[in-house]
Design a protein around this ligand. Structure first.
Ligand SMILES: [Zn+2]
Length: 328
C-alpha cells in the first residue's frame, strides 16, 4: 500500500462522526442521532455551488467553539488519518471562525497544538508496543477567511500574529480560504505583503470558484502552493507559468464535483493536468462535509480517470516534495 499524504484537509470539515457525537453531547445536543449528525455535517447531493458547500460548515463550526473541542477534534482527526494509512498531513483551520465563545485566536491555535502534541505522545507509546504500525507526521496550517472591512482585516492580522508566534512549533504555514468569487484574491495583497515580511510560508485557495486571475494573483503574492488551482486550465500561459515554477496544486476532486466546477468524476480533468506537466497532488479538502477519504479519492480517480499505480506514486511524490515539512 502507498504511503498517503494529505496536504489540503480542513479540520472543521473533517470532524470524525464519533467526535461530533461527543462534541454534540458536550453542547447539550443529546437528542441528535448519527443519521441526523451526518445530515447536518455532510453536503447535500444537489449542492448547487461553492457558497452552498460553505453553508454545510455551519453546524461543524458550531461544535468547535471551545478549546476542548478543538483539542479533541485535532487529536481524533489525526488518529483517523493514521488508521487510514496517511503518513503525513497538514490539517488547516481558520482560528477566527472558532472564537464565538470569546476566546482568542491564540487560544484556539494552542488548543489545536495541544491536540497534535497529545497525538504524537500517544503514537510514540503505541509504536513502542506495535513497532509495525505506521507513523503519522503532521503540522498545522492557519487560514485567514476572505472578507472585507476593518473587522475582517483585524481578524486576519490576529491569525498572522498567531501563525508567527507558533511557526515551527506546530504551525507550518498560512492560507486564505472562504468565498473566492465574492472576495477576489487581489484584494488581499496588503495581508500577504505582511506575511511575506514575516517569512511565513503560505498557500492560497485560488482557481476554484474564481478563474485564472485569482491563481495569477496568488503566484504574484509568493504562494508556495495553490489550493485547488484547477481552473488554471482555462489559460495556457498560466499553465506554462505554473509548470515553469513547479508550483504544486492541491487538488480535491470530490469537493470540486460537489461545488459544481465539474459535473462528475468522469469530467475531472486529471489527464489534462498530468499531460500538461503540472505538479499536482490529491487531497480530501473535507472528509466529513464531502464524505470522502484519501483512499476514496484515489480509488475514484483510478475508476473514472484511469489513474495508474505509477501515476499515483508520482502524485504522492509530488505531495512529499510540496509539504511544508522537509520529509525524507
Ligand atoms: Zn479547502
Amino acid at each position: 500500500m502507498e504511503n498517503l499524504i494529505d496536504l489540503h484537509i480542513h479540520l472543521d470539515g473533517s470532524i470524525p462522526l464519533r467526535t461530533a457525537r461527543r462534541l454534540a453531547k458536550l453542547e447539550g445536543l443529546n437528542s441528535i442521532d448519527d443519521t441526523e449528525l451526518r445530515r447536518r455535517m455532510t453536503v447535500p447531493p444537489d449542492c448547487p455551488d461553492l457558497n452552498a458547500y460553505l453553508a454545510a460548515f455551519a453546524f461543524p463550526l458550531k461544535l468547535l467553539q471551545t478549546p476542548e473541542a478543538v483539542e479533541i477534534t485535532t487529536y481524533d482527526l489525526l488518529t483517523e488519518l493514521r488508521s487510514e494509512g496517511v503518513i503525513y498531513a497538514e490539517p488547516r483551520f481558520a482560528p477566527s471562525s472558532l472564537t464565538t465563545s470569546g476566546i482568542s485566536q491564540e487560544e484556539v491555535v494552542e488548543a489545536a497544538i495541544a491536540g497534535l502534541q497529545r497525538f504524537i505522545r500517544d503514537q510514540s507509546e503505541d509504536i513502542k508496543v506495535h513497532p509495525e504500525h505506521p507513523t503519522l507526521r503532521a503540522g498545522l496550517i492557519l487560514c485567514m477567511m476572505r472578507g472585507r472591512g476593518e473587522e475582517a482585516f483585524r481578524a486576519s492580522m490576529d491569525t498572522i500574529h498567531a501563525a508567527k508566534k507558533y511557526l515551527g512549533r506546530g504551525v507550518l504555514a498560512m492560507d486564505l480560504a472562504g468565498a473566492e468569487a465574492l472576495f477576489p484574491t487581489r484584494e488581499f495583497a496588503p495581508l500577504f505583503s505582511i506575511i511575506r515580511g514575516l517569512d511565513i510560508p503560505f498557500t492560497i485557495h485560488a482557481g476554484e470558484a474564481d478563474g485564472p486571475d485569482s491563481i495569477r494573483d496568488a503566484i504574484r503574492f509568493g504562494a508556495c502552493r495553490i489550493g485547488h488551482g484547477v481552473r488554471c486550465l482555462e489559460n495556457p500561459e498560466l499553465v506554462e507559468l505554473l509548470c515553469k515554477k513547479q508550483i504544486p496544486l492541491e487538488l480535491c476532486p470530490t469537493s470540486n464535483i460537489q461545488t459544481r466546477i465539474f459535473p462528475s468524476f468522469d469530467a475531472f480533468p486529471l489527464r489534462k493536468l498530468l499531460s500538461a506537466g503540472l505538479k499536482i497532488t490529491i487531497n480530501t479538502d473535507n472528509m466529513t462535509v464531502s464524505d470522502t477519504t484519501l483512499n476514496n479519492e484515489f480509488a475514484k480517480l483510478k475508476e473514472a480517470c484511469a489513474l495508474t499505480s505509477n501515476e499515483m506514486h508520482m502524485l504522492l511524490t509530488n505531495a512529499k516534495e510540496a509539504a511544508f515539512t522537509h520529509l525524507t
